[in-house]
Ligand binder design. Structure first.
Ligand code: FE2
Ligand code: FE2
Length: 285
């Protein structure tokens, strides 16, 4: 069953959601040592919607800058190139969720909340660990279940079967996927991330968010997202498609070196930030 299904998705690879041209252009600029803040500002300001979104995000409580940032250049100088790329990736992903057809709207919104909650959780855990790439880990949280979106889009029948199986047997989504498809959303997500040429770190986190020890040198990042995913379920932020609580990977937990007593304040911060962020990452963007 596995080869057929995978071939089906791969066969449709040209139809897989694409990232906006501007995003690709920006990635190119960010990756080139020769480009300046001015070059990047020029590309962004060419796109009015992008400019408005960027300024809105930069002035949100996510960053908590004391003064208003009113120019794209100012935003770039304050946040740096990588953060800008990640912010723009965030808004592009949001479009992907909201542009899909009406069918399954509720499921999608629940999944969006779950993804956003996981992103916020990863950011909070990253803060506890003094992890230096906070935006990156936020984006990783946002993207971790992107494979589920691909399944909804390209394997709608199978996706319904998976949902029915979860409902009937109260099992984890990954278990239901294994039995219907022979693979999981983690593998599908990995494929999409590779197609988008995302950095290898993101590809690894998406591929191994259910099994961080397989993420090699990115085990810490995968463990952060793994824990954030579980905490989101524990406090009922959105829904990843099932109601069962996956068990926390012991090796991932040991990698993080957190104390059990850290969990309560982490969850508290997560819930508060989720409320805040929901106010600006919504359909008015
Ligand atoms: Fe997942
Ligand atoms: Fe998840």
């Amino acid at each position: 069953m596995k080869p057929n299904n995978l071939t089906r998705i791969i066969g449709k690879v040209d139809d897989l959601p694409t990232l906006p041209r501007t995003f690709l252009k920006i990635t190119e600029l960010v990756n080139s040592p020769k480009s300046s803040a001015q070059d990047l500002a020029r590309v962004i300001t060419d796109d009015q919607i992008l400019t408005a979104r960027l300024l809105k995000l930069v002035n949100s409580s996510f960053y908590g800058f004391p003064r208003r940032v009113s120019t794209v250049r100012g935003a770039i100088v304050l946040l740096g190139f990588d953060a800008i790329r990640n912010l723009l990736l965030t808004t592009s992903i949001f479009d992907l969720f909201s542009n899909m057809n009406r069918k399954g709207k509720f499921q999608r919104e629940q999944l969006w909340d779950h993804s956003l909650g996981c992103a916020v959780g990863a950011k909070v855990i990253g803060g506890y660990l003094k992890y230096d790439k906070i935006e990156e880990i936020f984006v990783a949280g946002l993207l971790h279940d992107i494979g589920k979106i691909v399944e909804m889009l390209f394997l709608p029948k199978e996706f319904q079967k998976i949902a029915a199986l979860i409902e009937a047997k109260d099992i984890l989504m990954v278990t239901a996927e294994e039995s219907v498809l022979g693979y999981t959303h983690a593998e599908v997500g990995k494929m999409l991330a590779e197609r988008w040429n995302l950095p290898s770190k993101l590809v690894h986190i998406i591929a191994h968010h259910h099994g961080p020890p397989h993420a090699g040198k990115f085990i810490q990042e995968a463990a952060i997202v793994h824990l954030a995913d579980i905490l989101c379920r524990a406090v009922d932020i959105g829904s990843g498609g099932d109601r069962k609580m996956p068990s926390l990977c012991q090796t991932a937990w040991e990698t993080l070196q957190l104390k059990v007593s850290d969990i309560e304040p982490i969850v508290g911060e997560m819930e508060a930030e989720f409320e805040d962020i929901g106010l600006f990452v919504n359909h008015s963007l």
